[in-house]
Design a protein. Structure first.
Length: 281
């Protein structure tokens, strides 16, 4: 979607902050004229036992992680650990042999609810270690009062992600409407005696899925949803490899919650406004 400009970004409406974000601010050339973005690592995701994913990446995620659905809204999530830590991030680096979810790759950018007419604006997490508010390190966010190429690319990525988030909601709603999701919990005892687990998630009931009527099967095939369910079901085998990875990982130096709750997993984004997203000039 092409970006538009407005005189100035409005302040964000109060709401629960999305995963990773601590101080998201709508981008404005007046407020952030001199801000830059420097290179960074994945350290911000080191304590995330799961992240939301969208339908366009479900197949890629399912090859590396168990993919389940958060209890309640059925948001698909990639499970990254069985306690409050990410087993795929070490010393700030994401495991080279593992897929990096789009939700992680778009950070520190994202869309934020505002009082603008369309309701949303491109934002950046001002608390990110990558954000440079003074100095010459990094790449500028604005050039001559206009969004720089970096910001334009971020807007395009977030726009594409938003479209995928909408498609993901439709898929999740269909699963719920058919009554296919059932509650599950994962518990494990490691060789060193540690007890870990994951609760608050659901999986597709394979028996109910096999009994879908012909009309639903045809519709879901046309929308690509049948394949998504198969990817999800196959990914459940990854719980064993996740457990093996957990067993090879030393216990954290500081205590963590031994049971992660996937029900608290956020949706990738808030509802889509009807107009294109904006970066304030």
């Amino acid at each position: 979607m092409a970006s538009q400009t407005t005189p100035e970004a409005s302040q964000a409406e109060p709401s629960r902050l999305p995963l990773f974000y601590r101080d998201p601010q709508p981008l404005s050339s007046k407020v952030h004229a001199d801000w830059r973005l420097k290179d960074g690592d994945a350290g911000f995701a080191a304590e995330a036992p799961y992240v939301p994913i969208v339908v366009g990446e479900l197949a890629a995620a399912a090859r590396c992680y168990p993919v389940v659905f958060a209890a309640g809204d059925a948001q698909p999530i990639a499970v990254l650990g069985l306690e409050r830590r990410n087993l795929f991030v070490e010393d700030g680096r994401w495991a080279l042999d593992s897929y990096v979810p789009a939700y992680v790759r778009r950070y520190p950018f994202g869309f934020i609810a505002t009082t603008n007419p369309d309701g949303f604006a491109l934002a950046i997490d001002a608390a990110s270690d990558r954000v440079v508010k003074e100095g010459d390190e990094g790449i500028r966010l604005f050039e001559d009062g206009k969004p720089a190429e970096l910001t334009k690319q971020a807007l395009a990525f977030c726009d594409a992600f938003r479209a995928e988030a909408n498609a993901t909601r439709a898929f999740a709603d269909a699963l719920k409407a058919q009554g296919l999701l059932i509650d599950r919990r994962a518990d494990a005892t490691l060789p060193d005696g540690r007890k870990l687990g994951l609760e608050g998630f659901q999986v597709v009931d394979a028996e109910k899925f096999a009994k879908l009527d012909a009309g639903t099967i045809a519709e879901w095939h046309g929308r690509g949803w049948l394949a998504l369910v198969h990817f999800h079901l196959a990914s459940l085998e990854r719980f064993q490899s996740l457990l093996n990875r957990q067993a090879r990982t030393p216990a954290p130096a500081t205590a963590t919650d031994p049971v992660a709750n996937a029900a608290s997993a956020p949706e990738p984004d808030a509802p889509t406004p009807s107009k294109s997203k904006k970066v304030s000039a």
